[in-house]
Design a protein around this ligand. Structure first.
Ligand code: SAH
Length: 215
C-alpha cells in the first residue's frame, strides 16, 4: 500500500512541530507542503516522517524534522532574504528555507551528496531559487555574500569566522556549537558590527568538516 504522505506530513507538523513549540506559521506551512519522502533514499521512504535523523548515505543524515523547523524559525525569515545553507545533505532543509526566503545558496562538501541534493531538488521542482555548490561551506560562499541568514547543519567547535563576516548587518546565523557529542544550537545576531548570541536548545549534529578545528 502506498503511504498517505500528505496525512503523514500533517501528523508530523502537529505532533513533532506545533506541539513542541514551533509557532511560525510559514515554517509549519512549508513543512506541510514539502515532500520529505522525496529527500530520503527510496528503500527507506516509509521512515521519512520519523521523529529522528535518517541516514542518507555517505555516513550522513537528514536532520530530525524538529531541528530543521527550529533552525528555520530562529532565522525569522520573511520572504525577501538571501540565505546560505551549509551542509546540503539531502537538500531538504534548503527546500524548506527556499519556501521561506527569496533565494538559497547551499554548500555540500561530499560530492556525491551535492549530486543527490541537486537531483532531489530538481525532481521536486524546487531547484529554481536554490543553488547547490560543492565545496567546504565552513568558509562560506564569498562569491554570493553577504547573506541575510545562514543555517549550518553540522557542528563546529566555534562559529567559523568567514560565516560571521559574510553575514549582513542585522542578519542571523544558526549553528550547533560544541564537541562531537554535546552541542548547543546558537542563534548569532550581528548588529552594527557587534555579535551577540543566545542558545536555542541542546542538540547533536554530525561534525562540520574542513576549515580549522576538526580533523
Ligand atoms: N541539511 C541537510 C542535513 C545534512 S547533515 C538535510 O536537510 O538533509 C550535514 C551535512 O553537512 C552532511 O551532508 C555533511 O556532508 C555536510 N558537511 C559537513 N561539513 C561540511 C562543510 N564544511 N561544508 C559543507 N558541507 C558540510
Amino acid at each position: 500500500m502506498i503511504p498517505n504522505w500528505a496525512a503523514e506530513r500533517a501528523r508530523m507538523v502537529e505532533t513533532q512541530l506545533r506541539r513542541r513549540g514551533i509557532h511560525d506559521e510559514r515554517v509549519l506551512r512549508a513543512m506541510e507542503q514539502i515532500p520529505r519522502e522525496e529527500f530520503v533514499p527510496t528503500d527507506i521512504r516509509v521512515m521519512a516522517y520519523r521523529d529522528d535523523p535518517i541516514h542518507i548515505g555517505f555516513g550522513q543524515t537528514i536532520s530530525q524534522p524538529y531541528m530543521t523547523a527550529l533552525m528555520a524559525q530562529e532565522l525569522g525569515l520573511t520572504g525577501t532574504e538571501t540565505v546560505l545553507d551549509v551542509g546540503a545533505g539531502s537538500g531538504y532543509a534548503a527546500a524548506v528555507l527556499a519556501e521561506l526566503a527569496a533565494r538559497v545558496v547551499t554548500v555540500e562538501i561530499v560530492p556525491g551528496l551535492a549530486r543527490v541534493a541537486r537531483a532531489n531538488l530538481q525532481r521536486t521542482m524546487r531547484g529554481g531559487r536554490i543553488m547547490v555548490l560543492e565545496g567546504d561551506g565552513s568558509i562560506g560562499a564569498a562569491a554570493f555574500a553577504p547573506f541575510d541568514a545562514i543555517s549550518v547543519a553540522a557542528a563546529a567547535p566555534e562559529v567559523p569566522l568567514p560565516l560571521i563576516e559574510q553575514l549582513n548587518d542585522r542578519g542571523r546565523l544558526v549553528i550547533p556549537v560544541g564537541d562531537r557529542t554535546d552541542q548547543e544550537l546558537r542563534v548569532v545576531c550581528k548588529q552594527n558590527g557587534r555579535i551577540e548570541y543566545r542558545v536555542a536548545t541542546q542538540c547533536r549534529f554530525v561534525p562540520l568538516r574542513g576549515g580549522e578545528g576538526w580533523q
